[in-house]
Write a protein that binds this ligand. Sequence first.
Ligand SMILES: [Zn+2]
Ligand SMILES: [Zn+2]
Length: 385
Amino acid sequence: MREAILKAIDDAADELVGLARRIHATPEIAFEEAKASQWLSETLERHGFKVQRGVADLPTAFRAERVASPGGPTVAFFAEYDALPEIGHACGHNLICTAALGAGIGLAAIGSKVAGKVLVMGTPAEEGGGGKVLMLQRGAFAGIDAALMFHPADYTLTMRQSLASYRLKVKFVGKAAHAAAAPYEGINALDGLVQMFVNIGLLRQQLRDDARVHGIITYGGAAPNIIPDRAEAAFSVRATDSAYAAKVLEKVINCGRAGAAATGATFEHEAQKGYEAMKPNRPLAEAIGRHLQELGWAIDRPPQRIRMGSTDMGDVSQKIPSLHPYLAIGKNVSGHTVEFREAAKSDEGFRGMLTAAKVMALTGFDVMTNSSFLGQVRADFSSVP
Ligand SMILES: [Zn+2]
Ligand SMILES: [Zn+2]
């Protein structure tokens, strides 16, 4: 059956590469992935999947299902297909979605000999909006025993964390005055905000290494000869666990309060939960690693200090045993750059996508056919807080 899985993916390779090229050439941003969602759904239907479009009230989300045989575990492959504004598919999501399709098509080749269900979940808006968070909240992932997706990178790693994140908007309100004739009658809202940035700069020494605080001034006044009566900024606060991220967020808010106290401006803030940190499932990672080795794909040793961002797959991983491995599609190309966008439509990129499809399908096969392995997956999920 293992051979049947690999053969099904090889047979679909041209179709998958063609689709990856087409989606790459037609970048659509978060929640506007109408064409990609349609093309992916049509391809899955051609391969015998029953596709439900617009799930969880999201027009570009979908759920594709193929029942092998009733009962048994449900394995889901997660597809992302949103592009970045301006720069296009610089995060390689055209490879993520086609790998998920390939894995689904491959695992479906087991026919009806095994009890279980194969899902391909179409999850929009990873780069902004958090499609998976909404789908999770709306119950679209109910019944999934293992969730797998892959992300292209310039290294191959089976396990990597991601950062829990918060978004923060702040507003200082002061009093306008003539900046030369009567500055002493004004209250400088921008000074309050600048002090907030300075306070955050000093705070960094007291933060853990994994903490990230980054922000921009979104409004800083109307003209240099008017004392600004309003100043606004937007920040992201992140850390490897959400409890610590929440603590850092509170400190950052206090930096703003202090700036307001020092200048006499009033301070308003609005904090919003971003994405949860990733909880990678170790047995799933070991299985992916084993299958990569079988296929002769080199795995990199995790560097001491690994680059990390945030993803809505983190939220999924807190509720369902999940894995979000990385496969190399080039050397020294980091995400969200023009170089990475080019790698996402290169032969090396397509090789990574097809290999990811194969190792995810084989891992899905392990989940469906090896109950002690599924037991380990579940045990690991419950043992990690
Ligand atoms: Zn990205
Ligand atoms: Zn991405």
